[in-house]
Design a protein around this ligand. Structure first.
Ligand code: GLU
Ligand code: MG
Length: 450
C-alpha cells in the first residue's frame, strides 16, 4: 500500500485518529496519534519524538545513556504498507513506524530498521525468510482489589475451555480477519486460562509487524470483554508459560524453493538448514537477550516445561531450543520449517527476528555444524551425556543473557552500538529493578505491560 492508498483507506473507514506505533528497547509498544487530515504530512515528514524514549525501560525509568537525554529529536515515519484499521477502537487506525534522524537518515537505534538491515543481509546470500510468531497468552477475570483469576481451570486442548472462551476468541478471530491477518488454528493450551492462536507466515518484516498487531489485538479485544489478556512469559508461576515460538523457513529469491528442505535427509533438513541452526545454537546465549528479554522470561525457560532450556535441536522435539517442524503430507518441500522455542511474547519482534537472522547467517558463513539431532528431552540426559553431545544449559537469568549478548561480537556488530548500548542499559536496569523486589511485583508489572 502506498501513501495515497493508505489515506484513501483511512477516509473510507471513517478514521479520525491514526496511531503511529513502535516497539521500544523495553519491548513495550508505544506511539503517538495524529488526526487523519495530518496523515499525508506525517508520512512525508514524520512525527517528532524525543531521542530519550529508546533509553526508557519497561518501568518508565529513563536510563543514563549518552546522547539519549532531554536534548535531541528523531522522527517516527509511518510505513503506509503496515496500515491496519483497528476493529477494537472506534475511528482509529494504526501504522508501524521507522525511526529517522533529522537528517532523514535511518536512526541507528531503530529496531525496525535493524530488522530491515538483516533482511537485506540475507538477500546478499540469496535468502528470503518467511516467518511467523506463534504466541500463547493468558486470559484473566478481574476479581477486584487488583486480583485476577484465570478464565478457566480446564485441561490442555479442553473442549470445556473452548466453550468458556468462545465469545472473546470469536471476537479476536473476527478482529484478525478484519485486519487482514490470517489465523492458522486455535486451541486452549495447557495452563489455566491459556490459549494459542497461531497466525500464518509471511515475509519477515510483515511477520514482525503482525506480532505487534497480535499483541495489540489480543489485549484490546479481551479488554472489551472485561477481561485482562496477558502475554507475559510466566504470568502464573505454577502454570505453563507463554511462549512466542518463532517459526521460519528460508527461500530462494524466486520464492519457489524452500532452502531448508532436503528430501534425502532423515529429518528433511538441508546442509544450509543445518548451518543456520548451528549459528542459532552457537549464538543462543546472547540471542536470548533479544528473544526472551524480560526478567519474567527466565521463570518460563526451565527444563521439562516444553519451552526449552538447553542449546539443542531435534525433529519435532519440543524440549529442543530449535525444533525442526515436520512438513505437511504431500507438501513437505514447502512446509518443513524451523521453530525457535526459546522466545516469548515479551520480546521486541524486530530485534528477536533480526538477531535470529544474524545468528543463522553467521552459521552459514562459517559453515557451522549443529551436531547430532536430539531425539529425546535433553533434560533427561546426565550432565556428562549433555557435555559429550555439546548440549549446554543456556542463561538462566536476564542478567546472564545480557552478559552473553555483550560478549557476542557477531550480534553486537549486527545491532550496531547505537542500538546495542541503550538496549543493554535498559535490560540491565530492568534486571536490577525486579531483582530488588518480590515475585508479586514482577508478576504484576509483566502482567500489565505485555
Ligand atoms: N507453553 C510452552 C512454552 O512455554 C509451549 C508448549 C507447546 O506448545 O509446545 O513455550
Ligand atoms: Mg503451544
Amino acid at each position: 500500500m502506498n501513501k495515497e492508498q493508505a489515506i484513501a483507506a483511512c477516509q473510507a473507514a471513517n478514521v479520525r485518529l491514526i496511531r503511529f506505533l513502535y516497539c521500544d528497547n523495553g519491548c513495550t509498544i508505544r506511539g503517538k496519534l495524529v488526526p487523519v487530515d495530518r496523515l499525508a504530512g506525517r508520512i512525508d515528514a514524520g512525527q517528532g519524538l524525543t531521542v530519550a524514549m529508546q533509553a526508557m525501560n519497561m518501568l518508565d525509568q529513563l536510563q543514563p545513556v549518552e546522547g539519549m537525554g532531554p536534548v535531541g529529536e528523531i522522527r517516527l515515519v509511518p510505513d503506509p504498507n503496515s496500515l491496519v484499521i483497528l476493529p477494537y477502537a472506534p475511528h482509529n487506525a494504526a501504522m508501524m513506524c521507522d525511526m529517522l534522524t533529522l537528517d532523514q537518515e535511518p536512526w541507528g537505534a531503530c529496531p525496525r530498521t535493524f530488522l530491515k538491515r538483516m533482511i537485506a543481509r540475507a538477500a546478499e546470500h540469496d535468502i528470503v525468510m518467511q516467518a511467523t510468531f506463534e504466541n500463547e497468552f493468558s486470559l484473566f477475570k478481574d476479581e477486584g482489589d487488583g486480583q485476577y483469576a484465570p478464565l478457566d481451570n480446564a485441561l490442555c486442548f479442553s473442549s470445556i475451555a473452548m466453550t468458556m472462551a468462545a465469545e472473546v476468541i470469536d471476537d479476536m478471530v473476527t478482529a484478525f480477519q478484519e485486519q487482514g491477518i490470517p489465523i492458522d488454528a486455535y486451541y486452549p493450551e495447557l495452563g489455566h486460562g491459556q490459549y494459542e492462536l497461531p497466525i500464518r507466515h509471511t515475509h519477515a518484516l510483515a511477520a514482525a509487524d503482525n506480532q505487534i498487531w497480535f499483541r495489540e489485538t489480543v489485549r484490546n479485544v479481551a479488554y472489551q470483554h472485561g477481561l485482562l489478556a496477558s502475554l507475559a512469559p510466566k504470568p502464573l508461576p505454577d502454570q505453563a508459560g507463554n511462549g512466542c515460538h518463532i517459526h521460519w523457513s528460508l527461500w530462494d529469491p524466486t520464492g519457489e524453493r524452500n532452502l531448508l528442505y532436503d528430501p534425502q535427509d532423515p529429518y528433511g533438513v538441508s546442509e544450509l538448514g543445518r548451518q543456520f541452526i548451528a549459528g542459532v545454537l552457537a549464538h543462543l546465549p546472547g540471542l536470548l537477550a533479544l528473544t526472551a528479554p524480560s526478567y519474567n522470561s527466565y521463570r518460563r525457560l526451565q527444563p521439562h516445561f516444553w519451552s526449552s532450556a538447553y542449546t539443542a535441536w531435534g525433529p519435532d522435539n519440543r524440549e529442543a531450543s530449535v525444533r525442526v517442524a515436520s512438513g505437511k503430507w504431500g507438501r513437505e518441500a514447502s512446509t518443513v520449517n524451523m521453530e525457535l522455542k526459546a522466545s516469548d511474547p515479551s520480546n521486541n519482534p524486530y530485534l528477536a527476528l533480526g538477531g535470529l537472522i544474524a545468528a543463522g547467517l553467521d552459521g552459514i558463513e562459517r559453515k557451522l555444524d549443529p551436531g547430532d539431532a536430539s531425539l529425546i528431552d535433553p533434560g533427561n540426559l546426565t550432565e556428562e551425556e549433555r557435555q559429550a553431545r555439546g548440549i549446554h544449559r543456556y542463561p538462566t537469568s536476564l542478567i546472564d543473557a545480557v552478559a552473553a549478548l555483550e560478549a557476542d561480537n557477531v550480534l553486537l556488530a549486527a545491532l550496531g552500538s547505537e542500538l546495542s548500548t541503550p538496549y543493554i542499559a535498559v535490560k540491565r536496569s530492568e534486571y536490577h529493578a525486579f531483582a530488588a523486589e518480590d515475585v508479586d511485583f514482577e508478576i504484576k508489572h509483566h502482567l500489565y505491560k505485555f
